[in-house]
Structure formats: structure tokens, C-alpha cells
Write a protein that binds this ligand. Structure first.
Ligand SMILES: NC(=O)c1ccc[n+]([C@@H]2O[C@H](COP(=O)([O-])OP(=O)(O)OC[C@H]3O[C@@H](n4cnc5c(N)ncnc54)[C@H](OP(=O)(O)O)[C@@H]3O)[C@@H](O)[C@H]2O)c1
Length: 325
């Protein structure tokens, strides 16, 4: 029988993971999985997938509406699932909202996956840290603890910034560069990032989802940090955005203290393209790269290199940004 994979959270990453799992171009000889999208509003993603000719639509199941803060909705969605991919996260919100979604919500998903007897792949983020002052990083860490507590065999993926068509990071700065006469960076723009291609996260999730004993030994109960092949400073990323949007703008450093003031004002206003929050400024003080103290970067790269027949390397921003910025 085919595996059933439920993707929980139909945003940028969820729709791309679905595309990877449903691709007709797969060279795999194994039985390909059935895929179900579940989210609060899954229909839009379902429709956009339905419009793509390169996908095997016979394996796309009817979508299911879930709210991870309401456990009763999860039991129905995960019925019969072999694998659940937990992708719900938020970028902005109050500390309570972060707790409700990224901690308690992640815990609800893990309990529902365990009850359904499904393997869990949970996406967290590099920088998850229970002692962090930012609610995003703190609740990502508590979400991880809750997930491993409920499902000790779960695999957690911690990506750096994810790039690809439709991403929220490079596209946002490309938009800003349209309106701003300069590109602002906080604190000199020295913090470092290791952008990872959305298709490579999709490939890793496809591999981890396989019912393969060798792979499961490598990934069960593990936290895998996922970074791309290059590390850039925030300032270098702004230069890349300008290069691939063909714009010339000076890059201007804004002190962190000014950023915090700006955040304090903007948090009170409705969210726009220009919104910056204090938590976001705070997060920019730390690097967002695979930690050198563990060898998980090798694991992410090796996982993809060792378990795909094409042995394609991780994609670099230089390959992909020009295709969509
Ligand atoms: N994008 C990145 O650069 C990046 C980097 C590191 C880690 N991550 C992590 O990767 C995961 C996916 O990120 P993404 O970029 O795909 O985010 P995204 O585009 O914002 O997608 C998240 C989706 O979660 C769904 N959602 C929100 N609240 C929900 C709830 N209560 N119940 C059910 N679904 C809910 C939303 O869809 P509905 O409105 O339909 O419910 C939304 O589309 C997140 O956990 C994020 O923290 C992302």
C-alpha cells in the first residue's frame, strides 16, 4: 500500500514540500506516497497545486481543514497517516500567540501524530533557544522539547532562512528596494546567514519520510540543522538583492538601538511591508548559521547526497535568486 503523508501547514514551505512529494520527475522506484494538505485554509494551496502540470495529481488527496490549536481537528486529519510533516509557524505575534502556535500547537500535532501511529517530521528553526529573549526562538525550542517528549523518534529540521520563488525574505527586501532610496541594515549588517533552498528542504523531507530502515536509523530522534552551501552577512545579502534586482542603492547601517525604537513604534501600527518588530531586530544580533559545534551540516548535505540517485549538490542563492527576483 502507498504511504500517506499529511503536510500540516500549507504556506511557502508546505506547498513546496507537496510539490517535491508529488513530482512526476522523481526517479524513485519505490511506491510513491499519497499526499494530503492540511491547514486552516488549505484550498488555495490545493488549487495552486492542481494547476501544475508537472505533478502527479492522482496522489493528491482531498485537503483537510485543521487548526493546530484545536486538537480535535488534528485527529480527523491524521487518520491513516504514516508520516506527518509539521510546518506551522508564525513570524509575528504576541508572546502568547507564539506560545499557542509554536509550542502548544507543535505539541498538539506531535500527540495527534503519535495517536495516529504516524512518524513525525517537525520543522523548527536555527536559533531555537529556550533562554532566548525573543518569543520566536524561545517557543521554537519549547516546541522541540514537546515534540521529542511526545514522539522520541521524530526528526526535527532546523533551517536557516529558506529561499525560493515565493519566499518571504528575499522577496520582501526586493520589494523594499523598489521603494527605499537606500537599503537599511541593523548594527552594521554583520550577522551571518546560511540561506537554504526550499527545494533542498523538500528533498530532505522526502528522504526522511521514506520507509527505509537505513535512513530511519540516521534520522530518528535527531535534530538536523539545515543550511545552504554559502554563508553571507546581512549586508552581503542586501548586496545580492540589489545585484539580482538590478538596482543601485547605498547600504546604510542603522544602530540596533534605533531599530529597537523603530520597532516599538511600528508594533503598534497595522503590519505592512515596512514593519520591523523589536524581536526581529533582536534576532538580527545573532548569527543564523549551522552551529560549528555539531556535524549536522554534514548530515543535511550527506542525507541529500547519499539518498538521491542524481547526487545533486545543495543549490546556491546564485543559481536560484536570478530566476525569481
Ligand atoms: N521560511 C523560512 O525562511 C523559515 C526559516 C526557518 C524555519 N521556518 C519554519 O518553517 C515552517 C514553515 O514556514 P513557512 O515559511 O512555510 O511559513 P508560512 O508560509 O507562514 O506558512 C505557515 C502556515 O501555517 C499555517 N497556520 C498558521 N496558523 C495555523 C494554525 N493555527 N493551524 C493550522 N495552520 C496554521 C498558515 O496557513 P493557514 O492560514 O492556511 O492556516 C501558514 O500558511 C515554520 O515553522 C517556520 O517557522 C521557516
Amino acid at each position: 500500500m502507498s504511504q500517506k503523508i499529511v503536510i500540516c501547514g500549507a504556506g511557502f514551505l508546505g506547498s513546496n514540500v507537496a510539490r517535491t512529494l508529488l513530482s512526476r520527475a522523481t526517479t524513485s522506484t519505490r511506491r510513491l506516497p499519497l499526499v494530503q494538505i492540511s491547514s486552516r485554509h488549505p484550498q488555495a494551496v490545493q488549487n495552486s497545486l492542481a494547476a501544475l502540470a508537472d505533478l502527479d495529481h492522482t496522489r493528491l488527496l482531498f485537503p483537510c481543514s485543521v487548526d493546530i490549536t484545536k486538537p480535535e481537528t488534528l485527529a480527523r486529519a491524521f487518520y491513516g497517516a504514516n508520516v506527518v510533516v509539521s510546518l506551522v509557524g508564525i513570524m509575528n505575534g504576541t508572546p502568547e500567540e507564539f506560545e499557542r502556535i509554536q509550542w502548544e500547537g507543535a505539541e498538539n500535532v506531535a500527540h495527534a501524530a503519535r495517536r495516529a501511529n504516524a512518524r513525525l517530521i517537525h520543522v523548527s528553526a536555527i536559533g531555537a533557544d529556550a533562554t532566548s529573549t525573543t518569543p520566536y526562538a524561545r517557543t521554537k525550542a519549547f516546541g522541540e522539547y514537546a515534540v521529542l517528549d511526545a514522539c522520541p523518534d521524530a526528526t526535527i529540521i532546523r533551517p536557516s532562512i529558506i529561499f525560493g520563488p515565493g519566499d518571504g525574505f528575499f522577496n520582501r527586501f526586493a520589494q523594499l528596494s523598489k521603494f527605499f532610496p537606500f537599503m537599511p541594515v541593523f548594527g552594521g549588517g554583520l550577522s551571518r546567514f546560511q540561506p537554504v533552498y526550499v527545494g533542498d528542504i523538500g528533498r530532505a523531507i522526502e528522504i526522511i519520510s521514506r520507509d527505509d530502515e537505513v535512513i530511519q536509523k540516521e534520522v530518528c530522534g535527531r535534530i538536523i540543522e539545515a543550511g545552504g552551501p554559502d554563508v553571507f552577512t546581512y549586508r552581503e545579502i542586501m548586496k545580492l538583492v540589489l545585484k539580482y534586482t538590478n538596482r543601485r542603492r547605498p547600504i546604510v547601517s542603522i544602530p540596533f538601538a534605533v531599530g529597537m525604537l523603530q520597532g516599538a513604534v511600528m508594533e503598534r501600527l497595522p503590519e505592512t511591508l515596512f514593519t520591523v518588530t523589536r524581536a526581529q531586530v533582536e534576532q538580527l544580533k545573532s548569527d543564523n548559521i549551522v552551529s560549528s559545534s555539531n556535524l549536522d551540516q554534514a548530515t543535511f548535505q550527506d542525507l541529500i547526497a547519499n539518498h538521491t540517485s542524481t547526487h545533486d549538490p545543495l543549490r546556491s542563492v546564485h543559481d536560484i535568486l536570478p530566476t525569481y527576483l
